[in-house]
Design a protein around this ligand. Structure first.
Ligand SMILES: O=C(O)CCC(=O)C(=O)O
Length: 293
């Protein structure tokens, strides 16, 4: 069943997102949702007390201890807690994605970046699309601050209009994947133009997959939990064999607000692709062509 998306955003907001590549919506999430999300998040902080090293789900800072937990990230929260699943696949971010993408959306992945107090790490300038290329540039990430965030807490910064610019190489000189832009490319940016996205708890950000963005360390005494979830248009598909797409195809690739059509457009040419055979095995062309005779 299609989710209700009408009236969620004004035409100006949708046009602003297209032009600038980002949106900021102050206090967009209700108190009820915030209470539920914080309570779910607190369960993982408690769980982390029994860990002395990171797991697939929980990424811990090196100085983490049971007495003083320091979490970097909860990976794929939607897989680990019903509240996160409902929020991401049926709640406000799923509706917002549909409002911006003009219909049902394809969920890709989610994460909860904690950026802990007193030194939570910086996230260097980067673009997302190189981490998980798609067949178009519709993917967008919706971030929800679970606490009030001010400029001492390492809010996310985005470079307006950079989603229309170059796609940077994020490998280092020795050929290793760096996951961030190199110093020469960063030197070419006007960092003064960066928009810092902050606001009261429940404030929500949207950034396009080609946007240059990142965040500075959190030197405040308060953690800065930011719940991020990525969606693309229904007819946009993750390209296999690159970056996070293999993992995301196993756990994400879930359609919100509609069902699969197998329509896609590559290099301007539209087609109706075959069904997804990943679960049940691939039929041969003989089976497909002669099964009805
Ligand atoms: O947490 C942040 O400030 C930015 C998050 C981000 O860009 C990422 O995790 O890819």
């Amino acid at each position: 069943m299609a989710l209700a998306v009408d009236g969620l955003l004004s035409h100006e907001q949708v046009a602003g997102y297209a032009e600038l590549g980002y949106l900021q919506l102050d206090s967009f999430i209700s108190q009820d949702w915030l209470d539920r999300l914080r309570s779910a998040s607190a369960e993982f902080v408690e769980q982390s007390r029994s860990l002395d090293k990171s797991t697939q789900a929980l990424d811990l800072e090196p100085s983490h201890t049971p007495e003083a937990p320091r979490l970097r990230r909860l990976t794929s929260p939607f897989l680990h807690h019903e509240t996160f699943r409902e929020f991401t696949l049926e709640g406000p971010p799923a509706q917002l994605a549909q409002a911006l993408l003009g219909g049902p959306a394809r969920f890709h992945h989610s994460k909860l970046n904690y950026k802990w107090a007193d030194g939570g790490e910086e996230i260097k300038w980067h673009q997302d699309i190189q981490f998980w290329p798609h067949t178009d540039f519709t993917p967008l990430t919706i971030g929800v601050y679970l606490e009030d965030v001010d400029d001492a807490m390492g809010p996310m910064g985005v470079m307006p209009r950079s989603h229309k610019g170059p796609l940077y190489d994020m490998y280092s000189d020795d050929g290793a994947w760096a996951g961030s832009m190199n110093d020469n490319d960063i030197a070419s940016l006007d960092l003064e133009a960066m928009a810092w996205l902050m606001g009261p708890a429940g404030s929500t950000t949207v950034h396009n997959c080609c946007m240059i963005h990142g965040s500075v360390p959190n030197h405040s005494p308060r953690p800065r939990p930011l719940l991020l979830q990525t969606y693309s248009a229904l007819d946009s598909y993750p390209v296999s064999g690159i970056g996070a797409n293999g993992m995301a195809n196993r756990t994400g690739n879930i359609i919100v607000g509609g069902s699969a059509t197998q329509q896609l457009t590559i290099d301007g040419r539209a087609m109706h692709g075959a069904p997804d055979w990943s679960a049940g095995g691939t039929p041969t062309i003989f089976g497909s062509q002669h099964s009805k005779t």
